[in-house]
Ligand binder design. Structure first.
Ligand code: MG
Ligand code: MG
Length: 255
């Protein structure tokens, strides 16, 4: 069921999103060669707790998962697309890595969700372009997310930008509604047709999240039960914002 958030809830979402944006920026600022993924987890957790909020992903059990997610933040490196676990078998970040950070914060009971991909030090040009193009794909998806448009318009905006550049689009992974729960209806695919799918109505809160790869659309799930990787081992990038649909331009909650 697609929910419409009330004006007072949108105010809470705005504050939660602002806080999430700050935490994500601070964590991304310490992503350097030699730092461990455990340190990223520790900082994210501390900053969220200091703000009096909760980490929405910690102990969250998505449908179909065998166990709850063990961390506050997802850290996915290079060929890992999303849901990398930072605090089991912690890894050391290397020069040239693509590090995707994905975080959810529950502020006054309501959730926002956002992700960034960070290039570490000197990057291979192809990887830097992947990061930049993924960010641009998100911006185009957001631009298409206006009241009166449809879910398919968002996917079309992302796909019609990413495909001609040769990127893969991580089959089966998509954006979603967010707010009362980490994942709500509707499913927001990164591919679509203009005018198809659910009508976008003011007050809908969506997490848009293109996940671009340098190769295949195919994904594989690691034996840890969470980390999705590209099936061909090529690198991936991930950008995400939570937005509120309005009559015009959407409100970006997690800037
Ligand atoms: Mg996310
Ligand atoms: Mg999400």
């Amino acid at each position: 069921m697609i929910t419409i958030k009330k004006p007072e809830e949108i105010e809470i979402l705005k504050e939660g999103g602002r806080r999430l944006g700050i935490v994500l920026r601070k964590v991304s600022e310490i992503v350097k060669p030699g730092i461990s993924t455990q340190e990223l987890e520790d900082l994210a957790r501390k900053l969220i707790e200091d703000g009096g909020d909760t980490a929405s992903f910690l102990n969250y059990k998505p449908r179909g998962a065998k166990r709850p997610f063990p961390a506050a933040i997802c850290v996915s490196i290079n060929n890992e697309i999303v849901h990398g676990i930072p605090n089991e078998r912690p890894r050391i970040i290397q020069e040239g890595d693509i590090v995707s950070l994905d975080l959810g914060i529950t502020h006054k009971g309501i959730i926002t969700d956002s992700a960034v991909s960070v290039g570490v030090g000197k990057m291979a040009p192809i990887d830097q372009k992947l990061i930049d193009h993924c960010r641009e794909a998100l911006a185009l998806g957001i631009k298409a997310a206006r009241g009166g448009n449809h879910i398919g318009d968002i996917g079309y905006a992302i796909e019609s930008f990413a495909r001609p550049l040769g990127y893969g689009l991580s089959e089966g992974l998509a954006g979603h509604g967010v707010g009362y729960k980490v994942h709500e209806d509707p499913f927001v695919p990164n591919e679509g047709e203009i005018g198809r799918g659910e009508l976008l109505r003011p007050g809908m809160v969506l997490a848009l999240e293109p996940m671009l790869t340098l190769g295949t659309d195919k994904i594989v799930l690691d034996k840890d039960g969470y980390t999705y990787k590209t099936a061909d081992g090529t690198n991936a990038a991930h950008w995400e914002h939570s937005i509120v649909i309005t009559e015009g331009e959407p409100i970006i909650l997690t800037k």
